[in-house]
Design a protein around this ligand. Structure first.
Ligand SMILES: NC(=O)C1=CN([C@@H]2O[C@H](COP(=O)(O)OP(=O)(O)OC[C@H]3O[C@@H](n4cnc5c(N)ncnc54)[C@H](OP(=O)(O)O)[C@@H]3O)[C@@H](O)[C@H]2O)C=CC1
Ligand SMILES: CC(=O)N[C@@H](CCC(=O)OP(=O)(O)O)C(=O)O
Length: 347
């Protein structure tokens, strides 16, 4: 059994990890932390886990994390980088759901996250947690910086078109118009996520620049092998879960001649968690709710030169906790689907 620790078990991604790992056949939950709720039984705080999770929250200091095989950080940015070195030195694998190990350039990290990076020497070793791109490296890794929620959807939507230098779309001027449910902002109290503020309302935010822009461009440029430029605009929608990304890209002459539907179907045919929908489809966020699946549809309106790619995912599952369980499975040589065989919840 893999001994698992979770730092930050009271947040939305933490409780989602608990939900998934409690059904995982190869996992033993050793420690779940909360500074505020230490001592309380997990199932007392989250009755949905009664009968599934028996342990109580402990403080990060009392949690005996060095006795685990792997520790997930479901914490705000800046927490994992303070503890990663000690855990790695104790032989514990680290999976950070926050952004501490996503950006390779520490100056860029400081620019977007307004804090110094405290272990820049680990940045080169850290592997970006997006299995459809980095599967082989993840299998060998001991430190993972999980892909962000929006960046997962945008990179999956563009992957088949630009991989390994492919020139099927113009690699500058791409637009990613993305919408997220409110759980994307986390469980902490904030005015913007109050019911009266976020329900019956719809708005863009961070239009001037969102911290996922550099992550998306770093990832796409690595996939392409040359710079990729994109404008990313996030929106807050009155849903609880879900991300819907609409990506606009201009086809090159080679792209106009290609069968893009077939290209997507073939690229993702062997991927357990990416579903390419039939031509003409419009995927809905509720078709992936609670599951680790991303669904993609490709359109070419009016047979023109603009490609429109639609991607939906559950921000808390494929966008965070589910994908990190997928990554854990790869790191421990387990079947990728273990613990993730969940049918989406309707309505
Ligand atoms: N929500 C989403 O859709 C996604 C979130 N993420 C990322 O995952 C991380 C967690 O997000 P989310 O679950 O939404 O956040 P929440 O705000 O819901 O939860 C944060 C958790 O971290 C704990 N925590 C806060 N500060 C510290 C600290 N200094 N040391 C130890 N524990 C701490 C909190 O518990 P306590 O204060 O009691 O210790 C709480 O359990 C974030 O970095 C986020 O960016 C990634 C993808 C998607
Ligand atoms: C709706 C909402 O507020 N979403 C968050 C993104 C989700 C998140 O927490 O960020 P990571 O994926 O980087 O970990 C935001 O825009 O800041």
């Amino acid at each position: 059994m893999i001994k698992v620790g979770i730092v930050g078990g009271t947040g939305y991604t933490g409780v989602e990890l608990l939900r998934l790992l409690s059904r995982h056949p190869d996992v033993e939950l050793k420690a779940v932390t909360s500074r505020k709720e230490a001592g309380m039984k997990v199932s007392e705080m989250f009755p949905s886990l009664r009968g599934h999770v028996e342990i109580a929250f402990s403080t990060p200091e009392d949690a005996k994390l060095t006795e685990c095989d792997v520790v997930f950080f479901a914490t705000p940015h800046g927490v994992a980088m303070a503890q990663a070195r000690e855990l790695l030195e104790a032989g514990v694998k680290v999976i950070d759901l926050a952004a501490d190990f996503r950006l390779k350039d520490p100056a860029e990290f400081t620019q977007w996250y307004a804090m110094e990076h405290s272990c820049t020497d680990l940045l080169a070793e850290a592997v970006y947690g997006l299995p459809e791109v980095n599967r082989a490296a993840i299998q060998k890794a001991r430190l993972i910086g999980m892909a962000g929620c929006y960046p997962t959807s945008v990179q999956l939507g563009l992957l088949p078109l630009i991989e390994n230098g492919l020139q099927l779309i113009e690699t500058s001027g791409i637009i990613a118009d993305c919408k997220s449910g409110v759980s994307g902002a986390g469980r902490k109290a904030e005015v913007g996520t109050l019911f009266a503020e976020s329900s019956d309302n719809f708005k863009a935010y961070a239009v001037k620049g969102h911290r996922h822009s550099p992550e998306i461009m770093q990832g796409l440029s690595a996939i392409h092998g040359a710079p990729v430029q994109l404008t990313f605009v996030p929106h807050l929608t009155p849903m609880i879960r879900g991300i819907h990304s609409t990506i606009y890209a201009r086809l090159t002459e080679a792209g106009k001649a290609a069968d893009v539907q077939k290209l997507f179907e073939e690229r993702f045919a062997a991927e357990p968690f990416v579903d390419v929908m039939p031509a003409g489809s419009c995927p809905e966020t509720r078709s992936v709710r609670g599951s680790n699946t991303a669904r993609i549809a490709v359109h070419r309106p009016g047979n023109g030169d603009l490609l429109v790619i639609l991607v939906v995912e559950d921000n808390l599952v494929k966008g965070a906790s589910g994908q990190s369980v997928q990554v854990m499975n790869l790191m421990f040589g387990l079947p990728e689907q273990h613990g993730l065989d969940v049918v989406p919840l309707l309505p």
